[in-house]
Design a binder for this molecule. Structure first.
Ligand SMILES: [Zn+2]
Length: 262
């Protein structure tokens, strides 16, 4: 019986080895899959709103929304995705809506107040202009869960964008006087700007405002990490490790909300 038992043991040993060999790639794949999951690309949908019929004037410069769907597809979206690639977050067009803006009864007064709005001594922009801007858009056109980008001619002195913390809407001005600190008439905001950051662009402003939608705040001015997308001492495109973690968590929530609403 002894030899048989010895062979039996050997057989069991070889079977175990065979199982391990067969399982090994599977085990490897599991680790790989978990790894992919951590760096998984999160895709978020964006609805772009291009209103026509809004005319604003500041320091003799007449301003309308001049951005085209082609500008969005060929310049702005690729720039936003270039900036957000390190976080593994990608934005896709849900739709581009071109329509005539609503004309509120007191539209001239509202536009004048938006043009005249400016930052306070602490550099905070005037938040009362946002409800005024909203009156030019039909709320029914807003997507309930995708990110909504509302283009407007001009958002007020030295202001290029506005978003609500963890919200799903943002406003950008396609004319700006931020580079001249409002000393000169507004000029068309650059669509994109090659790095390094010099005067800023619409692409970067959109990427920055989307950062607010994804739960990111401005770092304190004295922050030691330079060239950040969310601000600080020197402006740039960098997302810190913590910002990537925060924005990915928030992006997953946006993604779930969007898939539920479909
Ligand atoms: Zn900001």
């Amino acid at each position: 019986m002894k030899p048989t038992s010895k062979y039996h043991c050997l057989g069991l040993f070889y079977t175990m080895v065979l199982i391990l060999i067969l399982l090994a790639p599977e085990l490897g794949q599991t680790t790989q899959a978990q790894k992919i999951n951590d760096n998984e690309l999160i895709v978020l949908k964006v609805r772009f709103h291009l209103p026509s019929g809004i005319m604003m004037e500041s320091k003799g410069q007449k301003m309308t929304v001049w951005v085209s769907p082609e500008n969005i597809k060929r310049s702005l979206l690729p720039e936003i995705n270039r900036i957000w690639r390190p976080a593994g977050i990608q934005f896709e067009i849900e739709s581009i809506e071109e329509y005539e803006a609503i004309k509120p009864a007191n539209s001239d007064k509202l536009l004048r107040e938006i043009i005249d709005s400016h930052r306070d001594e602490d550099g905070h922009s005037d938040d009362t202009r946002i409800p005024k801007i909203k009156q030019f858009f039909d709320p029914a056109k807003k997507h309930p869960t995708a990110h909504n980008v509302f283009f407007f001619p001009y958002l007020g002195q030295t202001s290029q964008g506005n978003a609500r913390f963890k919200g799903n809407e943002l406003f950008v001005g396609v004319w700006t006087d931020k580079p001249t600190k409002a000393k000169k008439p507004p000029q068309k905001t650059l669509l994109i700007e090659p790095e390094p950051f010099k005067i800023g662009s619409l692409g970067r402003t959109l990427a920055h405002e989307l950062g607010h939608n994804l739960g990111l705040k401005h770092p304190p001015k004295e922050d030691m990490v330079p060239y950040r997308l969310m601000g600080g001492t020197t402006q740039g495109y960098l997302l810190t490790k913590e910002e990537i973690k925060t924005s990915r968590d928030e992006a997953k929530r946006h993604q779930t909300d969007y898939s539920k609403s479909k």
